[in-house]
Design a binder for this molecule. Structure first.
Ligand code: SER
Length: 484
């Protein structure tokens, strides 16, 4: 199955079970959702429905949501499965069906839609947690047993694995996950789902969303019992396409192929640096294009920084491959072509996306070339003097004078077995912030909250400056922003 067939198999199955198919929401969460910087799961746009604050268009929805998770940025490229951005297929119930149907449908679709041998499907369930005051999920175990899953293929796992929450607060609940056993080529028979093993690949998470987690860690009942499930499209593509890694699926492989074509280097185990570089470029270009399509622009904070960081990492990896700059635009064009059918926003914003990519590559390219020379000198000096440390002052100078990002400095040093004094660097950054503050006469307090409040209280704004030089409009709330 190609990825389009996987999406269609999933969404049409749930449409047959009376779910309404919703389009993917933006990667930028709604203005009043401060739980995460970027949309991390299919359920996130539906949080007001789970809380009973808004009425969904139907009590059963399904979607394929584009998602972005930041914690793994540095893992991308090192493994066969880490990605920053991915698509999550999901079915949702708002006070309608609960565990019985959610489990039975996941079982049916896994076998009949995706063709899995039931003997190779393993299940995990929540084993309970004292702090949350919840016992083991006996109800889910009973339902799985009733469908014929033998007890030895149902594994209890702790809160860390089998209790789902988006960020630190919000709608949440115990979950039950489906894993596929990829067989003895991927690990010994003693491996189990939940182990750090490649043998068992988790592909679907069923969350029984019955609680609201407060910022103080307390659990309260939501107005109704709900269902939130998430099936990772890239993971299912790995299984369906019988390939080793997410980078070999039709969702990413064309970007890897472009990297091999442009660099003449081999993708595969024998050229580790090139393989890693190609994977990073593939994931990060795809992510950057979608973030830009959704209106994120590169900057030095919050989402803009996430975007800038992945663009810069991709640009740097192009240098590792020895590509002739500029090249990021070539990858972005291919990513846009690949995504256009699923993400029409990216296609509509093509020119804007490519313009930002070009600007960042040009400015960062210069920084990279100057900073890399200094970094190489520092590495050589450290090796000469047989130390494993780089002074915080040197890293700070790279950042402050050359604009060379600190996280990249750290990563590149780590590749050479060197480290830098984080605490010392932070101290220098604090001193610099202090200098900037006293120079600027103090930072306005609560700016971010005021912007959010403003955005939440005005109708959607459309930027028309690329098509027109003049346009009639009205001001949302005059004087609200910038009030002393
Ligand atoms: N919210 C759950 C997850 O992201 C299921 O959709 O895994």
């Amino acid at each position: 199955m190609n990825s389009e067939q996987i999406r269609e198999t999933y969404l049409s199955f749930f449409e047959r079970h009376e779910h309404l198919r919703e389009p993917s929401a933006s990667l930028i969460p709604a203005p009043n959702d401060t739980s995460t910087l970027l949309t991390v799961a299919g359920m996130q746009p539906f949080q007001p429905y789970f809380r009973g604050e808004e009425t969904p268009p139907r009590s059963r929805l399904c979607s394929c949501q584009r998602c972005f998770r930041t914690p793994d940025i540095e893992e991308v490229g090192n493994t066969a499965r880490h990605l920053t951005n991915f698509e999550m297929l999901g079915n949702f119930s708002f006070g309608d069906y609960f565990k019985e149907e959610a489990i039975a449908w996941a079982w049916e679709l896994s076998r009949e839609g995706f063709g899995f041998d039931p003997e190779r499907i393993w299940i995990t369930v929540f084993e309970g947690d004292d702090e949350l005051g919840l016992g083991p999920d006996e109800e889910a175990i009973e339902i799985w047993r009733g469908l014929g899953v033998p007890a030895e293929r149902i594994i209890g796992l702790p809160r860390k694995e089998n209790f789902w929450q988006a960020g630190n607060s919000g709608p949440c609940g115990p979950c039950s996950e489906l894993y596929i056993d990829r067989g003895p080529d991927w690990g010994p028979d003693t491996d189990r789902p939940g182990d750090d093993s490649d043998r068992f690949l988790e592909y679907w998470n069923l969350v029984f969303t019955a609680y609201e987690l407060g910022t103080d860690g307390s659990l309260t009942d939501l107005p109704a019992k709900n269902i939130d499930t998430g099936l990772g499209l890239e993971r299912m593509a790995v299984i369906q396409q019988g390939v080793e890694s997410v980078f070999d699926t039709d969702l990413l492989r064309p970007l890897v192929d472009l990297a091999t074509e442009l660099s003449g280097r081999n993708y595969g185990a024998d050229d580790h640096a090139a393989t890693r570089a190609m994977r990073i470029i593939a994931d990060h270009t795809r992510g950057a294009v979608q973030l830009l399509g959704d209106g994120v622009v590169p900057s030095n904070e919050r989402r803009g920084y996430v975007l800038r960081r992945i663009m810069r990492r991709a640009i740097h990896q192009g240098r590792v491959l020895g590509l002739e700059p500029p090249y990021l635009g070539r990858f972005a064009e291919r990513a846009i072509e690949m995504l256009a059918g699923f993400n029409p926003v990216v296609a509509a914003e093509r020119e804007t996306v490519l313009r930002w990519i070009g600007i960042e590559e040009e400015s960062f390219g210069r920084t990279l070339d100057r900073g890399s020379q200094m970094l190489e000198r520092l590495i050589a000096e450290a090796k000469d003097s047989e130390t494993s440390w780089i002074d915080a002052e040197a890293a700070f100078e790279l950042h402050d004078t050359y604009g060379f990002p600190y996280d990249l400095t750290r990563e590149l040093l780590a590749e050479e077995g060197l480290s830098v004094d984080d605490a010392g660097f932070e101290e220098l950054m604090d001193q610099q912030r202090e200098r900037a503050r006293s120079g600027a006469g103090g930072e306005a307090e609560g700016d971010h909250e005021r912007v959010l409040e403003f955005v939440g209280s005005t109708p959607e704004t459309r930027f028309v400056g690329y098509e027109d030089l003049r346009s009639g409009t009205s001001v949302g709330r005059p004087g609200f922003i910038g009030a002393p």
